[in-house]
Design a binder for this molecule. Sequence first.
Ligand code: BGC
Length: 476
Amino acid sequence: MTREEWLRLSAILGAGAMIPNELHAAFADGEIKRSDFGKDFLWGTATAAYQIEGAWNVDGKSPSVWDHMAHKRPGKIKTRENGDIACDFYHRYEQDIELMKKMGIPIFRFSLAWTRILPDGTGKVNQAGIDFYNKVIDKCIKEGVEPWITCYHWDLPQTLEDKGGWSNRDSIQWFEEFVDVSTKAFGDRVKNWMVFNEPMAFTMLGYMLGWHAPGKVNFKKFYKSVHHVTMSHGAGGRVIRKNVKNANVGTTFSCSSVETLKHNKANDKAVTRADVMINRLFVEPILGMGYPVKDLPALKHVIKHMQPGDEEKMKFDFDFIGVQNYTRIVVKSLLLVPMIGAINVAPKKLGHDITEMNWEVYPEGIYKVIKKFAAYPNIPKLIVTENGAAFKDELVNGEINDTKRVQFLKDYLGQVLKAKKEGVNLGGYFIWSFLDNFEWAEGYRPRFGIVGVDFATQQRIVKASGKWYSEFLAGK
Ligand code: BGC
């Protein structure tokens, strides 16, 4: 609902009708402005290698788990599509970065394809892969767009998956080597690094539910992977610190406010367990708090993979934590569900708008997760490293007038501002995503870009949301 619609409705409802909490911040002083966030606040857009690059087998690149799964088991992707070409960013990065500059977007967050840099996973470095990212970084710098690198956004080399992937404890060393090579190659020019993108997503969806690559349904592998990824967090962070002078080191988590509609003992406990899985499992060990096993006893299966000295090595002093939020999760108790004993309430039952991902639009959720993470005593800074939405876009007379996305961004930003005004040390906000891209198991259908892509012609069309972001960034 827009402000105008709300005001119209409240006029009908009478003086008792309050502006709902989630709209309040956005409306407090009229339209939200860039300057409300302060001059040091960082603004950007985010992408990931497999989702945009294409060129899956070009210049020495080897297959990642996503290439492998999409080719060998195409039915794993709803539309049987794959990322072979995607946005062809590999060949179009110059125009895309020029477009970012034209739109006035200060930061470009992208990830490195491990399979371009170390096609065998470890060992021999592929110079062509290094050259590609050097060209991307140099082009960003030339255009005045600051490059921010995510080391790993879900595309493990298949050769390493053949050895057990993240469920193999050697993955800690493999990952260290990849981060070492990458930071030595790019750390002279890139100062902002993120170790992982959303570890809960790639371990749970990849090894427990089997929806994402490598497509395994194996609890044992999931538990082991959780521990090895946690260890790799610390290991990767230390390598960045060692190799990159004045690095700003972070990592990113998927976070959602977990709630229940009906409070009772069983549902409240279900909320606690689901909250551990969704929000706490990966962040607490790196903060030195250990695994939250007390609130989710099933984590004893993770703990048994710990070795002496691991507790210390899991810790790392990140400069910032990236929170990535899209929706809220509403649960109720169902003890039959393995591990968490909770199930989701269908978003359509919650009475709010739903996105193309079947996710509830719930702006207040971003405020809640920011406040939740800010309450940890040892997180120095938070950055919203992803937020955005997929709606059905229509191309009419060469324009994509995605009003729902514009409203979504404004409403969520209003909540981000509310948290900031309450004193949270919040350093920035990045929209997911710059371009429409390959949305993993969903294929190309849900579109998240503020720039539309015609995948048949690779034409880029700046959507109304892209124009809005541009104007917002240009404003005071
Ligand atoms: C991921 C992106 C993904 C987006 C929308 C985020 O959790 O980092 O890769 O496209 O969600 O599903």
